[in-house]
Design a protein around this ligand. Structure first.
Ligand code: PLP
Length: 382
């Protein structure tokens, strides 16, 4: 077998798996300790009942003679229309694609570019971009963020740039001032920005979409997901916008590619996604986001009070915390786990620039977060 040897690189880089294994080992050797996770990347609230009911109706529709089968490669028309009306009124339905998750989309969109295209990924960032590019045998280079963890204008040519904003892991929603020069660079270089905006519903300040910035539609593809917004991490549904302005034939050929490579997101999931735009669902989704926001405020205040340097956490469910006492991120991870039974995510997972930091998440339960902070506080006071 002529194996894709790039896949070997993924194994050594799978630090999330290493964390999970270490936590599992700790739980086995400390059955008496309740392990508290500040590392949670999944949501803790389930799908809201209104959406579940609509999905149930969709299941039963699939037992009828007029069931929905093949044919909706880009998404069911009602959902595309709702996405346009609610989130992208300045784009045509032709430029919107529904899919089964931003993780899938972020990788698959590389199929739009020539094999020798150079892909740029900021350090630190969501590691999936690098791993997807490896899996697809793409040329990839890392670009260090500045000292405030903002992406910078590259000093060489790139064909594709991934930007995650609000950022996983730092929780920062990049400003127009940071993004505008990168957009200008992208237009001048014929580079396309793949803009991962999955945490859009957490944004309180600053821009909600890259398209709020002048000329972004000439160079940016924006991706969003129902995962964190509507607890669809298990249901699976996402969408993205491919603006016609990027290239005259971009949608003609991307549609051909999509018809050949994808049979559409699950109909049931799409009906659920459609329901998330209804007023009744929005009320409950809003309550969940408010709850996570309360967690965020509590975490931000607590870590600051404990003398940690922090950033992010106003527009994304993550806070980026500097390790104390010159510890690196693995040492801090081990200390929190082995001494306190508290899980955080080592910053190095997101790139070398993440070392010396750890990520905490507000997606867990408030009581657990309070208890985790109590343990850290007690330890710090010793
Ligand atoms: N993009 C970022 C930045 C994420 O943090 C995550 C999940 O944590 C995803 C994408 C995955 O999204 P989805 O569930 O839509 O595949």
């Amino acid at each position: 077998m002529k194996f894709n040897e790039n896949l070997y690189k993924l194994d050594t880089k799978d630090c999330f798996r290493i964390c999970t294994e270490k936590v599992k080992e700790y739980k086995t050797s400390h059955p008496e300790t309740k392990v508290l996770s500040l590392g949670i990347g999944d949501v803790s609230f389930p799908v809201v009942p209104y959406i579940a009911k609509k999905m149930e109706e969709a299941v039963w529709r699939q037992t009828q003679n007029n069931f929905i089968g093949y044919g909706y490669h880009f998404g069911i028309p009602e959902l595309i229309k709702a996405i346009k009306e609610n989130e992208y009124p300045n784009f045509s339905e032709d430029e919107i694609y529904v899919s089964d998750g931003t993780k899938t989309d972020a990788g698959n969109l590389l199929e739009m570019f020539s094999k020798d295209a150079l892909v740029g990924v900021y350090n630190p960032t969501y590691p999936i971009y690098i791993n997807s590019a490896y899996s697809l045998n793409r040329r990839i280079e890392v670009i260090d963020c500045d000292s405030e963890y903002n992406p910078v204008v590259p000093n060489k040519h790139f064909d594709v740039l991934y930007i995650c904003s609000p950022s996983n892991p730092t929780g920062i929603n990049f400003s127009t001032k940071v993004l505008k020069p990168i957009i200008d660079y992208a237009i001048a270089e014929g580079c396309v920005i793949l803009y991962d905006n999955v945490y859009f519903s957490f944004i309180e300040s600053g821009i909600k979409s890259i398209y709020e910035i002048e000329n972004a539609r000439k160079c940016a593809i924006e991706m969003r997901s129902f995962s964190k917004h509507a607890s669809f991490t298990g249901v699976r549904c996402s969408y993205y916008v491919v603006p016609n302005e990027i290239h005259p034939n971009i949608n003609k050929y991307w549609k051909l590619r999509t018809i050949n490579r994808f049979n559409g997101a699950s109909y049931i999931a799409q009906v659920g996604a459609l329901a998330s735009f209804d007023k009744k669902a929005k009320v409950d989704i809003g309550k969940n986001i408010k709850y996570y926001r309360k967690n965020l405020n509590y975490l931000r205040e607590s870590f600051s009070k404990l003398g940690y340097e922090i950033c992010g956490g106003t527009d994304a469910p993550y806070i980026w915390v500097k390790c104390k006492n010159d510890l690196n991120s693995w040492a801090t991870f081990e200390l929190f786990l082995n001494v306190l039974g508290v899980v955080v995510v080592p910053g190095i997972i997101f790139g070398s620039k993440g070392d010396g930091y750890f990520r905490v998440s507000a997606l867990g339960k408030y009581e657990d977060i309070v208890e985790a902070i109590n343990r850290i506080e007690k330890y710090e006071k010793k």
